[in-house]
Design a protein around this ligand. Structure first.
Ligand SMILES: NC(=O)c1ccc[n+]([C@@H]2O[C@H](COP(=O)([O-])OP(=O)(O)OC[C@H]3O[C@@H](n4cnc5c(N)ncnc54)[C@H](OP(=O)(O)O)[C@@H]3O)[C@@H](O)[C@H]2O)c1
Length: 278
């Protein structure tokens, strides 16, 4: 990162070779375009080849370089295949674990296949991908950035999001532990905790501002992410101010949150019971 006149660091990604999982749409696509505008050379990963190709065109227009890999990240050999493709032609010093899915609803009503789909994509895949790519990140002479996308639910686990909360608090815990393990290695571990963000993922949720799910445009979320990376931050929370108080209460007195949520429980269950992006 290079210094600005005001002392903040501009995120200069020229010459950086990176991977964005779920780079074809949503938050991943917006991150890819923001990184491209800073000169990054990216491998875009996801299942839908058409979305990846469309994003790759826009990455090039924005000033970056793009390759695509169409793959289901829950396949057993996905981490090896992504790493092999990423390392083609050089090392990797920028890695974004973004791909994710959600199935909300009362725990006993969530199908086992959906439980496994969330655990596999949101938790197992980023752990295995990170494990596979870490030697290259550590070998980078200019340091590396590892970014994972948790969720506001990783800071405030909510009812009817039990399994999703397990994956997102799990990813946050993975990052805290790994950051401590990687101290002095030059690998900057950053975690993004987006609140509700206006992407395909939220299309089937009926929960809005009154239940604490006021949605932010994806470009605002990614603008906050870039500014936080420029400041060298590790923990990046893009939740709306209306959600922050409850997040703080969960940190200081988690049981008090139960009582705050209780009066709206039935309304919340109804609003999120069809929320599914798998
Ligand atoms: N939107 C929100 O409100 C919100 C809030 C907090 C956290 N997040 C987190 O932010 C991340 C991105 O979410 P989003 O809102 O952009 O979601 P989205 O619009 O549903 O996009 C999901 C992305 O993941 C990819 N993906 C899904 N299943 C995959 C699989 N099995 N293998 C490979 N790629 C797969 C999708 O590409 P293909 O379909 O082409 O595979 C797509 O690029 C997720 O980790 C999510 O949990 C989102």
């Amino acid at each position: 990162m290079s210094e600005n006149r005001d002392g903040a660091s501009a995120l200069d990604l020229r010459g950086r070779r990176g991977v964005v999982t779920g780079g074809g749409r949503g938050i991943g696509r917006a991150i890819a375009l923001a990184f491209a505008a800073r000169g990054a050379d990216l491998l875009l990963v996801g299942r839908d080849a058409g979305n990846l190709a469309a994003t790759a065109v826009d990455v090039r227009i924005a000033g970056g370089i793009a390759r695509e890999l169409a793959i289901d990240l829950t396949e057993p050999d996905a981490a090896e295949r992504v790493t092999e493709a990423a390392l083609e032609g050089g090392g990797v010093d920028l890695f974004v674990n973004n791909a994710g899915n959600v199935r909300a609803g009362r725990l006993e009503r969530i199908e086992e296949a959906d439980v496994r789909a969330m655990l596999e994509l949101n938790l197992v895949a980023p752990v295995l991908l990170t494990r596979a790519v870490l030697p290259s990140l550590k070998a980078s002479p200019r340091g590396a950035i590892l970014l994972g996308i948790s969720s506001g639910i990783g800071l405030l686990p909510l009812p009817f999001y039990t399994v999703y909360a397990a994956t997102k608090t799990g990813l946050a815990g993975f990052h805290h532990a790994l950051r401590r393990e990687l101290v002095d290695t030059g690998v900057h571990v950053a975690t993004l905790y987006p609140g509700a963000t206006d992407t395909d993922m939220m299309a089937s949720s009926q929960a809005g501002e009154s239940l604490g799910f006021g949605r932010r445009p994806v470009h605002d979320v990614v603008a906050d992410l870039i500014a936080a990376l420029e400041r060298g931050e590790h923990e990046i929370n893009t939740a709306l101010p209306t959600r922050r108080g409850m997040q703080e209460l969960h940190r200081s007195d988690p049981v008090a949150v139960d009582a705050r949520l209780a009066p709206n429980l039935a309304e919340m269950e109804q609003a999120v019971s069809a929320h599914r992006s798998i």
